[in-house]
Design a protein around this ligand. Structure first.
Ligand SMILES: [Zn+2]
Length: 416
């Protein structure tokens, strides 16, 4: 007798790179069996007919340090409806602020890891964190990693003119020194501006990660021979290319440039934060749908949001295997075209639009959780304001109705 059987779904296996119709059985929070389980019984059954069953998604680039960063959001409010069971905070905390992020996330329902920012104050503010090199203290970084070895899985640094001031690539050099000192990969954010992306990429080691890889910083990809050669060289050297969509890091045209050159981004992440959650990101399945829309294959897209980020950080998860935690996501795929937009508002019609139907963390179905309202200081469009108002009204209409007809109420205190 299993705790749960998810029946008749199409299991997406990113390790075997295969799709197969299968049942999945869960007990004690672990996957116990995969295959034809007709005739087996469980305390609960979930039909996944017509749905894809994927490993719980791993989002390599998010910002979930609420109260400690300009960017932070609460992952609990999004995980249940997006399939993301492992969240990687990408540099919201630095050596001076990681203890509080560790306290905030200890014992969390979701699996949480962090990339520690090379700037010790982390992303407290919107930008400028690496303008003063005194904040980029490798010894303090290594000491913080030693305090939180399971939480911290990499180094974060942002390279763009507003972040580094006049320091050019020196913050990246510090991050690489910190990476060598701690044995951790470096994730470098590339932004548009005066710092050549080719110079940035040439410094990276195999296993280091470039995020916003299809953002405005690489708009010259294909036409600029220096940039194009540097991207290809980094890719062939084993640098990991991560989408990191965010509010300013994803252009369809740039992503299409990669695919037309035969370079498939290895990782698809959301860069979900206060400025991207109300669009254009919304959630990781929406970002995955954008890569599907420009021609990536479904198995490649699932791989890029499961086992690929797990391997990039050397963390478990991202697979559907007997004996492993039952982190699972069920997705419906809609093929009616819907508009999907990038950070400049360029639109492509969806081909396979992923919608999450259920998310399980260690075998437990994550319950619905209402989204946080946007911060009062965040400017939104009138359409965004109206949609948020409609959402609230719909919830009120649902929850203020009596749940069932009075004759369908179970009498809890029997008449004497
Ligand atoms: Zn970010």
């Amino acid at each position: 007798m299993y705790d749960l059987i998810i029946r008749d779904g199409v299991v997406v296996d990113p390790v075997q790179r295969a799709l197969r119709r299968s049942d999945v059985a869960v007990s004690g929070g672990l996957i116990c069996a995969i295959g034809d389980l007709a005739g087996h019984e469980a305390r609960a059954t979930r039909s996944a007919q017509g749905l894809y069953v994927t490993p719980g998604l791993i989002d390599l680039h998010t910002h979930i340090y609420r109260g400690g960063s300009f960017w932070g959001i609460d992952p609990t409010r999004i995980a249940w409806r997006s399939g993301v069971t492992t969240w990687v905070d990408a540099g919201s905390a630095g050596a001076h602020t990681i203890d509080n992020l560790a306290a905030q996330t200890a014992g969390h329902d979701l699996t949480i890891h962090a990339l520690l920012h090379i700037a010790a104050q982390g992303l407290v503010g919107r930008t400028g964190e690496s303008a003063d090199l005194a904040n980029l203290d490798v010894d303090a970084f290594a000491e913080a990693v030693s305090r939180h070895p399971s939480l911290v899985r990499g180094v974060k640094v942002r390279i763009d003119p507003s972040t580094v001031g006049t320091n050019h690539l020196l913050p990246l050099d510090r991050a690489l020194t910190a990476g060598r000192a701690t044995g951790l990969p470096v994730m470098v954010h590339i932004g548009a501006g005066s710092i050549p992306v080719a110079e940035t990429l040439d410094k990276l080691r195999p296993g280091d990660i470039v995020t916003h890889c299809a953002g405005p910083a690489v708009q010259g990809f294909g036409s600029d021979p220096v940039l194009t050669t540097a991207i290809r060289r980094a890719y062939e050297n084993g640098v990991v290319f991560d989408i990191g969509h965010g509010a300013g890091g994803f252009l369809f045209s740039a992503a299409e440039g990669y695919l037309s050159q035969g370079l498939v981004p290895q990782v698809i992440s959301s860069d979900l934060h206060q400025l991207s959650i109300h669009g254009p990101v919304f959630d990781l399945p929406t970002v995955m749908s954008k890569l599907l829309a420009i021609g990536m294959d479904l198995v490649d897209v699932v791989t890029a949001a499961t086992v690929a980020p797990a391997r990039a950080l050397g963390i478990p998860g991202g697979t559907i295997e007997v004996g492993k935690p039952a982190d699972l996501a069920l997705f419906r795929v809609e093929t009616t075209p819907e508009p999907l937009g990038d950070v400049y508002g360029e639109v492509r019609p969806s081909t396979q639009r992923l919608y999450n139907e259920s998310t399980y963390r260690a075998g437990r179905l994550l319950p619905p959780c209402w989204p946080d309202p946007p911060p009062a200081t965040l400017p939104l469009s009138s359409e965004q304001e109206r949609a948020l108002g409609e959402l609230d009204a719909a919830a009120r209409a649902l929850l203020t109705r009596s749940l069932v007809h009075p004759s369908h109420v179970r009498n809890q205190i029997p008449r004497p």
